[in-house]
Ligand binder design. Sequence first.
Ligand SMILES: Cc1ncc(COP(=O)(O)O)c(C=O)c1O
Length: 407
Amino acid sequence: MLRLDDHPSGRHFLQIPGPTNVPDRILRAIDQPTIDHRGPEFARMALEIFEGLKSIFQTESPVVVYPASGTGAWEAALVNTLSPGDRVLMFETGHFATLWRRIAERLGLAVDFAPGDWRSGVDPKEVESRLRVDRAHAIKAVMVVHNETSTGVTSRIAAIRQAIDRAGHPALFMVDTISSLASMEFRHGEWRVDVTVAGSQKGLMLPPGLSFNAVSEKALAASRQARLPKSYWGWEEMIGMNRQGYFPYTPATNLLYGLHEAIAMLNEEGLPNVFTRHARHAEATRRAARAWGLEILCRNPAEYSSSLTAILMAEGHSADAFRKVVLERFDMSLGQGLGKLAGKIFRIGHLGHFNDLMLCGTICGVEMGLAAAQVPHRRGGVDVALAYLSGAESASRETPPLSRTAA
Ligand SMILES: Cc1ncc(COP(=O)(O)O)c(C=O)c1O
């Protein structure tokens, strides 16, 4: 029989940038008998989830939950709002932006794909200038990946919103937050995002299998005119049934138990604290990388990701060979380079259910792996990360840490 927990001894370090480590609390929540998804108990839970999701997406708008991976939610965003032949504006920030573009093209949309170097986020000035010249308002949607999981580069969503406003353009604004939601600041409501796409398996700390569309009033209005064919993904029927706590088809009941628990955990910690924790771990990781003498892929510090750090492998060495050594010797999975970055970078995931000591273990594994794989580097990344973590006291926490000894 296939054994998936057959690791030598101790815990496997799952340091890919998603799916992330699922906390025991969530595993226990999922491990309950499946209930009748048309019964009253289910509706009570679902209504609590829909309310709770609004706090995570920072919105008053409905959040649709699909039993699907993130790719399904990408498709749902498009088929609900657009019509065949519509023009959309997208940006080549990396592998995931490229995949979203492919879906748009397969659906018959005309994509203006602004070229990028896979090391930078979307430039708000470019958004503004491209929209300003579109006087006829042919562009129906601007689509941006908030955190490019393939590169560890973020795009500044609030600044892009302002750029769209400055251009006075009515295009819908769609944002993929699959690897940023619940890890980095994201405000669907305040930033007037029309469709936010998200997934369960990263900051939400759940297994893969759920994905989300947060939907603005403007997007709902667009969906009444949109002519791309849709059935399974249709918002109207879904939002209608969700009001009573039900779904138009069988929901992923046990994953929803997990989602209910995840929302509780995030609210107990407090979203600002969750974001601060991720930012600290990202900073410690970057300091370690610099100490090793390795280059961070993201060029602009204002665009650093808090979810993951992508690191360029030393010239003449394979990042995949290095990752193989780390997996075999230290039982740690690191993220591979995707698309044109294959073999050239490795990615350290530091998002989701994660704390200082887990980060220390991760950094140790990377430093030991660099030595074991004979990659040229300087030692001392671990020391630098430890110094940062122990010195950067969590003064910015909004609530004091729980004391286990308190009565
Ligand atoms: C930013 C981003 N968008 C979209 C996807 C696709 O989601 P999925 O693989 O769950 O279909 C991913 C997956 O990692 C992602 O990181």
